[in-house]
Design a protein around this ligand. Sequence first.
Ligand SMILES: Cc1ncc(COP(=O)(O)O)c(C=O)c1O
Length: 435
Amino acid sequence: MPRSTPSISSPSKRLSLISSHFADQQPLDIPSGTALLPKSQARKLSKSAIMSSQPDHPTLLIPGPIEFDDAVLQSMSHYSESHVGPGFVATFGDTLSMLRKLFQTSDPAAQPFIISGSGTLGWDIVAANLVEAGEDVLVLSTGYFSDGFADCLKVYGANVTELRGPVGGRPQLPEIEKALSEKKYKMITVTHVDTSTGVLSELENLSALVRKVSPDTLIIVDGVCSVACEEIAFDKWQLDGVVTASQKAIGCPAGLSISMFSGRAMNALQNRKSPPSSYFASMKNWAPIMRNYEAKKPSYFATPSPQLVHALHTALTQILSKPVSDRFARHKEASDRIKKAVAELGLKQVAADPENQAHGMTAIYLPENVKAPELLPKLAQKKVVFAGGIHKEIAPKYIRFGHMGVSVLNPERGDVERALEALRDSLAECGYQKA
Ligand SMILES: Cc1ncc(COP(=O)(O)O)c(C=O)c1O
């Protein structure tokens, strides 16, 4: 049964969970920055990473930020230019147009946005523009990040009903259908991959169900941990909004909120009774700017980050140089290999059912006697950085391995093999033996 949740996970509880997870990792040797060296000065790299012009560093295999391609990083050192000058306007415009291809939309009414901020800004954009205070939203919850989206919607006055899957699972279509037929929802939100559990939600059948039972309900997807590693067919699946961020499978440094909204979502924005309840996150303020940039016309609402947009332009150019279906297939292949190796180690995944398993990350339950604060530093000594657990019900019991972008697409780096070997060896050092 869906239930209205007062506050299942208050923001302060969520924050304390995340900070305790970082405390666990303090012994890790995480570099404070990865300044680029000119090629001539590039250090001889150890076996830990073959990243041509980047200083030797532990391989970052958390579920975002991910390892970056050299060319993407080098784009960040672009000379300074005016954010309304013709050079940058052309780059920004092309970047927006490339997003349409990544999201597989050719509908001219669909509107891409690139706004300085992290993935969380996408939640604020949705909450401040597409729902009004007192309107009903159905949030499908598959973990920590779904709960965060629910918290954000509540801050803007939405009346949120959460339908939660069991830990490691997801709400099923019959219960979603029941909830949708009991109340008229302005919007349903789904976290495509909940990064806290590695649970993948299915979008195509979900969308067909929503269109059948409640055709006016907007379908909004949190794609922060799925865009560019899981298929998203924006038009075909009739999605109304996908919000994501630069630092995960897109492979660009953190700092950009990236989103796509349908013509229906843009109409819902136009038909609001009250103005958007944010200034910086107002789609009404940003939409004309995005349209102008794409038409290669200078425009200003607030200063964008030219350097990050250059990096995103490079990342998207690389992504679109091959069919996106190949990219999704290669993430799936790598994921299958990793999940098989994890099973061979005698370990279980948080997302137990293969149908629910993400392809850009794996959340792995630890053996009984192995604790994350013991295991993660051993991995770090082998120059492999994994993340601890953050789902409030199981946080100390599991770790997360991110496998997105160059770490799986450039096999010559050897990131995945090195990580699996480090995991095997570190578990053995912790005294684990497969039963
Ligand atoms: C699924 C999901 N949604 C939202 C966020 C929030 O993004 P950010 O940390 O970039 O603000 C994250 C972050 O990891 C995420 O994984």
